[in-house]
Design a protein around this ligand. Sequence first.
Ligand SMILES: *[C@@H]1O[C@H](CO)[C@@H](O)[C@H](O)[C@H]1NC(C)=O
Length: 262
Amino acid sequence: MAAIYQYCSLFITLTLMLTIIGKPALVMGTFQPSPWTLAHATFYGDETASATMGGACGYGNLFVNGYGTDTAALSSTLFNNGYACGTCYQIKCVQSSACNTNVPYTTVTATNICPPNRSQASDNGGWCNPPRSHFDMSKPAFMKIAQWKAGIVPVMYRGVPCVRSEGFRFSFQGNGYWLLVYVMNVGGGGDISNTWVKGSRTGWISMSHNWGASYQAFATLSGQTLSFKITSYTTKETIIAWNVAPSNWGAGLTYSTHVNFH
Ligand SMILES: *[C@@H]1O[C@H](CO)[C@@H](O)[C@H](O)[C@H]1NC(C)=O
């Protein structure tokens, strides 16, 4: 009897240990890489990547806001009306003599849209026309995976978790009755499906998607400390950033937080 009891308790202990050890792999909301998929890549701008600043996601100066030159403009099919802003991709050059074989892949963040051009055929210049999946990369990012003289190369890409140091950043526009925020430096899936703002004298107010990575609320929020609640588009995880901006918040300012998706 004692032996059976010992086996039983050993079994229970092992089961408990496995349950505990197994937990981290089952954390809800963690972004998982998508399968590798075939697409094409071109580049825009020059080696300074200055043409990539002020893109359709609203991140403004990409050096100031942490995205640097490892960025791409997405065809409208991938851009998803701006909901893909901030998503991260590994991109590798394939099936071309122009591929840099010493570099397995490079990682970029979506910061812009590559608009369709209906006057160009989708297989001859209209690379970003729907339904094509296409990456118009910054020239420095493109040059990491291929010789730029190729112009366009086939690539394999997959969505990967965005690795960001520090927390979400909120860049404010608008006024005391209309708040427009650009949500930046989003980790994990990198994207956002819903944003709420809460003034110190209001409940949670759902913000509408404006354009790119910007969200707006038509509400009287002047003179109030502001908190934000963000839901990830891909993982559906929700995080609250409390007391992001002080009551004397102002348009044109950017506020940092210590919370982020992973
Ligand atoms: C679209 O393609 C046409 C034909 O090549 C070109 O003249 C025009 O500048 C392009 N439009 C844009 C917005 O790039």
